[in-house]
Design a protein around this ligand. Structure first.
Ligand code: BTN
Length: 248
């Protein structure tokens, strides 16, 4: 495993949510790079209060404690950086077929293979205490074992590659990638990571529709800003920032 991410691993056969576990450890002072890995989760959490299907024996569920010394407004950069780390990883197995979908689904041939949930604790007005980066990868789950509602929109690495993939290899490479990109982010800022993200997403110039609760925003995508928001122009050519929702 890499140098400091994954240096301390808390492994659970079963946990409610690795994000909650890591959050508690971080509150207790856990060092940056501490990770929680679970074989299964009973309350795996997705974005927008959804559930994340987390059966044992097949997938990766992990959460990492980071302590970036930044203003909370920059925390979304960490989520996008994580998307790039996972996309680079999965591209080793499926070159050319991995895409990122804003805000942060990793897809293979247009189907979701990984979800990322970042949670933050901040105090004072401008200080991040810690960020928990939660990553769930569908590695060897069989198509038939997906909840019916996901079966057509989700996939696993095994289904895409055609053979079982070692979760140990994957997670070791994942922590390496994260370490390298996080170092780059802190040294050089967001610019090159944003470019890598945009390359995987291929969304610039396309029409997009983002739904958040009852609110719909639609328009042509210009890019993402330094706060992780999507920049679009609507039919009246008014530029808007979209910060959350489901994109299509
Ligand atoms: C999403 O796409 O909605 C995000 C899903 C994130 C799932 C992972 S699995 C490990 C970590 N622990 C959780 O409870 N959620 C994240």
């Amino acid at each position: 495993l890499g140098n400091w991410i994954g240096n301390r691993i808390h492994f659970f056969q079963e946990i409610e949510s690795t994000n909650d576990g890591a959050f508690q450890l971080a509150l207790g002072g856990a060092d940056e790079g501490t990770v929680v890995i679970a074989e299964s989760q009973t309350k795996g959490k997705g974005r927008l209060k959804r559930q994340w299907q987390s059966p044992p024996g097949c997938n990766i569920y992990t959460s990492i404690v980071l302590r970036p010394e930044v203003d909370p407004v920059f925390a979304p950069q960490i989520t996008l950086m994580t998307g790039v780390a996972v996309a680079d990883l999965l591209s080793l197995y499926c070159p050319g077929s991995v895409t990122l979908k804003w805000p942060n689904d990793v897809q293979i041939r247009g189907k979701k293979v990984c979800g990322i949930l970042t949670e933050m604790s901040s105090s004072a007005p401008k200080k991040v205490n810690f960020v928990i980066v939660g990553i769930g990868v569908n590695v060897n789950i069989d198509r038939a074992d997906f909840d019916e509602s996901f079966r057509d929109i989700a996939t696993s690495l095994k289904d895409e590659v055609g053979s079982e993939i070692s979760r140990l290899d994957l997670i070791a490479k994942l922590f390496d990638n994260l370490e390298n990109l996080y170092t780059l982010l802190r040294k050089d800022g967001f610019g090159s990571i944003k470019d890598m993200w945009l390359k995987y997403s291929d969304v610039v110039g396309k029409q997009i529709r983002v739904v958040f609760n009852d609110n719909v925003q639609a328009g042509e995508v210009h890019g993402i800003d330094d706060f992780g928001a999507l920049i679009i122009s609507d039919e009246n050519e008014i530029i808007k920032r979209v910060i959350a929702g489901d994109a299509s």
